[in-house]
Design a protein around this ligand. Structure first.
Ligand SMILES: C[S@@+](CC[C@H](N)C(=O)[O-])C[C@H]1O[C@@H](n2cnc3c(N)ncnc32)[C@H](O)[C@@H]1O
Length: 331
């Protein structure tokens, strides 16, 4: 399996002590994990259990899982982003339990666990979306706030960047992408302007795309007419397409009950309605089939205090289900 590394901590010899994103030192870039208390309460990791964090990020949730499972437990962290994974490895270097860190897509969660000889796990967790390290570093090309290459790949081995989509898709395809992924109401107008501009020169940077979107909408980037930047939805739609975020979530949800032990818990934090809807309907469908019991009748959201301290938590929704004893082959 590509990228699998068994740290069996604290034996960590090959992780650099400092990680750089472009010219930014990793230590300067922080990611505050969301909904930490409800994640621990509802997923309830216990001493000696096997926990899988399918979106390891900077190991914010991972560190809490590891304290809960103690030295007898086992922790597996998965992420497609090589830089995040390296930084997370560094942060987990003092873990008291066995830790395995794997670079892979969570859509392959079954193959990842097979590859390290795990048949069933007690907790499976995914905190979807981007981390601050991806958003805040201009070179990653996720942000309209800073100019950088129009990239947006979480996995730099994938063949398609945001620039490829922006310069290659037909006008109608671009408009559908903006509307379907991010409900951008002016999708057609924006797609038309992109196609007009790119005839003269390819759109290769985040700054240029942001400019084109603002021009199509006839608003100034710093306009206070709207609560969010005018290019927010276009960037979100492109990021979702580049990383195939909706389709990999479908595959992950499909595979989750097969990798959970009876009594195991699955939890997903999502940041927009399309993802949350998928999680909600998947859990309901499996509850009807007798495979899950839903733990969160309604999604759990951040309280006032967390919303104030961490604006990113405002759109976070956590849903948790518990795997029953029913054999999947009987469903
Ligand atoms: C919101 S961050 C997770 C933050 C983490 N919970 C923490 O506390 O630091 C999401 C992470 O998931 C990763 N990711 C997104 N989609 C993925 C996928 N399909 N497979 C594996 N990792 C993915 C991203 O690279 C990013 O590092």
């Amino acid at each position: 399996m590509a990228g699998a590394r068994d740290f069996a901590l604290p034996r960590m010899v090959d992780v650099p002590s400092l990680v750089f994103f472009g010219s930014v030192l990793m230590d300067d870039v922080r990611h505050t994990p969301v909904l930490v208390a409800p994640v621990l309460e509802l997923l309830d990791p216990r001493p000696g259990e096997i926990v899988v964090d399918a979106t390891l990020g900077l190991a914010g949730h991972a560190l809490r899982f590891i304290s809960a499972i103690g030295s007898e437990g086992q922790f597996v962290g998965v992420d497609v982003d090589a830089l995040n994974l390296e930084a997370a490895g560094e942060r987990l270097s003092d873990a008291p339990c066995k830790v395995v860190v794997v670079r892979d897509n969570f859509a392959r969660i079954d193959a990842v666990l097979d590859g390290i000889g795990l048949r069933g796990v007690d907790v499976l967790f995914a905190d979807l979306g981007v981390s601050s390290t991806q958003l805040d570093v201009a070179m990653r090309g996720f942000s309209f706030q800073q100019d950088g290459p129009l990239d947006m790949r979480m996995d730099d081995r994938s063949p398609t960047t945001a620039a490829d989509l922006v310069n290659r898709l037909r006008e109608a395809e671009l408009a559908d992408l903006f509307f379907n992924n991010a409900q951008e109401r002016k999708s057609r107008r924006i797609a038309r302007e992109i196609c007009r501009v790119r005839k003269e020169d390819r759109i290769m940077t985040t700054g240029r795309l942001s400019e084109v979107v603002c021009r199509a909408l006839r608003v100034h980037p710093n306009s206070r007419r709207s609560r969010i930047h005018p290019a927010t939805r276009v960037f979100q739609a492109l990021r979702m397409a580049v990383n195939e975020e909706l389709s990999v979530l479908d595959v992950f949800l499909e595979k989750a009950p097969r990798v959970l032990n009876a009594g195991g818990r699955v939890g997903v934090i999502s940041f927009h309605s399309l993802e949350d809807g998928k999680v909600k309907w998947d859990f309901r469908k499996r509850q009807r089939a007798g495979v899950y019991e839903i733990v969160t009748k309604r999604p759990t959201q951040a309280d006032e205090e967390e919303r104030r301290c961490n604006p990113r938590s405002r759109s976070a929704k956590l849903r948790v289900a518990r795997r029953t004893e029913v054999d999947m082959d009987d469903c």
